[in-house]
Design a protein around this ligand. Sequence first.
Ligand code: ADP
Length: 487
Amino acid sequence: MSYSINPILGSAIFLCFLVVILVVYIINKLQLINILKKSIERLNKTVRELDYQAKLIIKGDMELKLYQEEVEDKLNKLTLLKNLIISSLHILDKENLFSQIDDKTINDLGFKKGLILTMEGEIKLSVGFKPKEVDTLKDFVKYKKNFIQAIPLISAETEAGSELITALQTKDFLIAPIKAREKIYAVFVLANLVMPTDVRRAEKEIFSIICMYLGQCLDNIQLFEEIYNAKDELERKVKERTNELVKSLREIEAISRAKSDFISNVSHELRTPLTSVKGFSSLLVAEKFGKLPEEAKKRLETIDENVDKLVNMVNTLLDIARIESGKTEVKIAPADIAKLIRDTGEFLSPQMQAKSIKLVLDTPETLLVYMDKNLIDQVFINLIGNAVKFTPEGGQIKLSVKTGGNQAVVTIADTGYGIEKENLEKIFQEFFRVDNSINVKAKGTGLGLSLVKRIIEIHKEKIWVESEMGKGSTFCFTLKLAKEKNI
Ligand code: ADP
C-alpha cells in the first residue's frame, strides 16, 4: 500500500510555515526599532542637556568678562583717587586744590562733562557744559540749596534731580556737595557718561568719595589759614608789645639815668660839706678845741658816729650812681683772685679777732680771673664785712675759690645768724635791711649788697646767696678764668 500527499495541501502547509517565519521576523524587527527609538530619545536628551550646559558656560564667560571689566573700571577709579590724593596732599590754598581736577579727571570718572560751582556762583571748573546749561545749574544750586544740603548725592532718579533731565538733555548726571565743616562750599556736577550704560554704583561711590575728600582738603586748608592768620596776628601783637616794651625800657633807662645823675650830683654836693662836718666833729670829740662838758661830749660822739654813717652812705651812693651811669672806669683784666682773697682776709682779720671769729682760707696758690681788682676788692670788703657783722662771737668765716669749666666760683661762708628765706632776694635791693633785733644793733645803710650786685653785674657775672637760720649764710659769685697774667 502506498501513501501519497496531496500537492495542494503540501503547498498550503509550506505557505503557512513561511507566514509564521515572516511574522516572527517582523515582531523581532519591531522590537529592534523600539529599542532604537528609545536610544535616539536618550541621545536627544543628552544633546539638549549638553546644549544647556554650553549656554550656561557662555553666559558665565560673558558675566566673568563683564565682572572683569567692572573690576578694571573700579581699579582705574581707585588709581584716579590715589593720584588726586597724592597731588593734593600738600596743597594749602583753595585755588590750587580745584586746579587738580580737569577734563581728564572728569573722563576718568566716566563722564564727558563736569562743573564745580561755589555757593556764591563762582565757577571753579567747567568741562563740556554749554553756557545755558551752566546757567540752569547755577539756578539749581541757588534755589535747591536745602536739597543739596540734605541729600548726599542727587541723580536723575531723585526727586530734585528729575527736573534737570530736560534741561541737561540726559539722565546720566550726578550732583554732590563739597562740604567744609558741614557748610556747603561748592557743588560738583558730572554729566553724560562716556560708555553707553546707565550710571552705576561704582560711578556714584567714587564720585561721593571724591567730593568728601575735596571737602576734607578744604577743611584742612581753612584750618591752616586760621592758624596762619593767628600766627600773623600773634606776630603783629608780639611786635607791637615789643615796641611798647622797648619804649618803656628806654623811658625807664632815661628815668634811671636821671635818678643816677641826681644821686650822683646830690652825693657829690653832700660830700664836701660832710667832709668838713666830719673834720670838725672829729676835732670836737677829740677835744681839740677845749674840754667839753660830759653831756655835750656824749652828744657830739653820737653826731660823729652819724656823720661817719652819712659819709659812708654818701660814698656808697656815689659809687652805685657812678656804676649805673657808666661813669666808673672799669678795667677788667686777668688778676690773681687767690691773692686778693688772702689779702682782704688779712686786712679784715683784726675785726674778726675782736669777735674771736676763726678765718679759714681754701684757695689755690694763684688763680687768674678776669676782674676789675679794685671793684672786686670792694665786693670782698662788703661781703666779708657783713659776715663779720652778722656772725656771733666764736664763729667761723670760710673764704674759698673753686674752678669749674671756664669759671671760678668764689664763696664767703659764715656761721652767723642766717637770713630768712623770704628775704634772700630782697637783701640785694637798695636800702633793704632785715628788720630784726640784730640789725638794730648792727650798723649799716642797706646799700652794701646793692653795690656788690652792681659790681658783679658789670663783670657780666652772677651772685647768689644760700642761708639757713641759725646756721649761717653763704654768698657765692662767679668770675671768668683767665689764662695769662697781665697785671
Ligand atoms: P647793711 O649791711 O649795711 O645793712 P647790706 O646791703 O650789706 O646792708 O645788707 C643788707 C642786709 O642783708 C643786712 O642788713 C642784713 O640784714 C642782711 N645780710 C647781709 N649779709 C648778711 C650775712 N652774712 N648774714 C646775715 N645777714 C646778712
